[in-house]
Ligand binder design. Structure first.
Ligand code: AHR
Ligand code: AHR
Length: 480
């Protein structure tokens, strides 16, 4: 048993919680869209106008606030016009990004409808790989314009008289990498390309918010992007995957990584601020952490499938805690990805499998507003060899909603329970509800044979001051 103290003061507010940190990302890749989100109206799998019902319900239950689409690498060669209009006459295309056949049954209209069904704000990334600024501007017109012009009329003709009012747009995806169709020679080229796209898109709708391509490991790229395009953009996109090597990453290192992610996001934000100051850029620019996950060697193209376990749930909870704390500088985050690709949930025939990572998102779905409260944790530590840092076993993050406190506590310890001593100022707790995801070991997972092995469990705390949390666990305490 390890022991730890958690201190919080209901009146010390770090920032407002930005609900957009609980976003999801879906891409035309493997079985994410086709088979996952979309099965078509004529499928024997239960569906709502073609949208797979079990997935729809499971996604709704984690209350995603933003959904990013259609890629990912896919978008850098996507022609959005292929995906609108009568479904039977949409072209099948060879997908240059993933080498697959894209049937185009699911396009902009289907995406916006699905996003609204799950209660999320649609976030569309435009093709800034082999696409043009004109095509991107036309896409904005199709989605948002109320004028009597060609693309707005096309939307009306296809059955959607009201504009979609898509607020958030991404300009390209990972254009720094050679794996990207239409990749940029360097940040300078990407910066100028971003300016042209932003300029075209804003002429159609000046109210949209734009996300530009940033890099998680390359400050020079980010500096060039801000210097050149800083007056045109609102967010810098950052992607981070934690790759497990062939031998499998040590659990202790995997769950140390969220600390490095948190530090890295802060330092990227600082670079953005310094660059703005240097070049006298007045625009408010923050981070959109719009792809993040763990990535195991089994997740190979074109399917990128993996079944994650409790250790990944611990990792996921730690990142969500970090994102709550960073809410002010990283107001948007979208998890990569929702279904079948690096998935939170998987489908097989007419069955669905919810991973422990999914259960963590479910645990965190209780808070979509409120104030992030400062937490102080005194915890025993261990050393992560890979990251060469001391890592506390216990991590905590808290959100206050009126007179309720939602305290998220993670125990990284692979074997031992933790006795948590709570010190709460400014709130007299009378009841505490304790829910958690822990499974029976770090490798415990759900399978199609045993879909409910790992579950959200509930226990009654012994006292209001001291509670015990399981090893390798993500916990929510609702204190009121
Ligand atoms: O999420 C899978 C892929 O990872 C995305 O297509 C790409 O943006 C990233 O490299
Ligand atoms: O292969 C995907 C790469 O992993 C890029 O997305 C990079 O930014 C990330 O760390």
């Amino acid at each position: 048993m390890i022991k730890s103290d958690v201190y919080l003061d209901a009146s010390s507010i770090v920032s407002q919680l930005d609900k957009r940190i609980y976003g999801q990302f879906i891409e035309h890749l493997g079985r994410c869209i086709y088979g996952g989100i979309w099965v078509g109206e004529r499928s024997s799998i239960p569906n709502l106008r073609g949208f797979r019902l079990d997935v729809l319900e499971a996604v709704k239950a984690i209350k995603p606030t933003v959904v990013r689409w259609p890629g990912g690498n896919f978008v850098s060669q996507y022609n959005w016009l292929d995906g609108v209009g009568p479904r039977e006459s949409r072209p099948k295309r060879f997908d240059l990004a993933w080498g697959q056949v894209e049937p185009n049954e699911f396009g902009t209209d289907e995406f916006v409808e699905w996003a609204r069904l799950v209660g999320a704000e649609p976030y569309i990334v435009v093709n800034a790989g082999n696409g043009t600024p004109e095509e991107a501007a036309a896409w904005v017109e199709y989605c948002n314009s109320t004028k009597d012009t060609y693309y707005a009329n096309l939307r009306r003709k296809y059955g959607h008289p009201e504009p979609y009012n898509v607020r958030l747009w991404g300009i390209g995806n990972e254009l720094y990498g050679r794996w990207q169709v239409g990749f940029c020679r360097d940040a300078e080229e990407c910066g100028w390309r971003t300016v042209q796209f932003a300029d075209h898109m804003r002429r159609v709708d000046p109210t949209i918010k734009l996300v530009a391509v940033g890099v998680d490991y390359d400050p020079e790229w980010n500096i060039d992007m801000i210097r050149i395009a800083g007056d045109y953009i609102d967010y810098l996109s950052i992607h981070t995957y934690i790759f497990a090597d062939r031998q499998g990453k040590r659990y202790e290192d995997l769950v140390a990584w969220p600390i490095r992610i948190e530090e890295n996001l802060k330092s990227i934000y600082n670079v953005v601020q310094q660059t703005k100051r240097k070049y006298n850029i007045k625009r408010d620019i923050r981070i959109a952490f719009d792809e993040w996950n763990v990535w195991y060697p089994e997740a190979q193209p074109p399917y990128l499938e993996q079944i994650t376990s409790v250790k990944d749930a611990v990792f996921t909870a730690l990142v969500l805690n970090a994102l709550q704390r960073l809410s002010k500088i990283v107001p948007i985050a979208t998890f990569a990805q929702t279904v079948n690709v690096l998935p939170l949930m998987l489908t097989k025939d007419d069955r669905i499998l919810l991973t422990p990572q999914y259960l963590v998102f479910r645990l965190y779905s209780e808070t979509r507003e409120g104030d992030v409260v400062a937490t102080y944790v005194a915890s025993p530590t261990y050393r992560s060899e890979e990251l060469d840092m001391l890592v506390p076993y216990i991590d905590a993050s808290a959100v206050r909603v009126d007179n309720k406190m939602y305290l998220y506590i993670v125990n990284r310890h692979p074997e031992e329970e933790a006795e948590i001593h709570l010190h709460i100022k400014g709130l007299e707790p009378s009841t505490i509800i304790h829910r958690y995801v822990a499974g029976s070991s770090i490798d415990d997972k759900n399978t199609f044979e045993e879909p409910n092995r790992v579950r959200i469990e509930e226990r009654v705390p012994q006292t209001r001051e001291v509670l015990t949390i399981p090893p390798h666990s993500a916990n929510l305490l609702i204190i009121s």
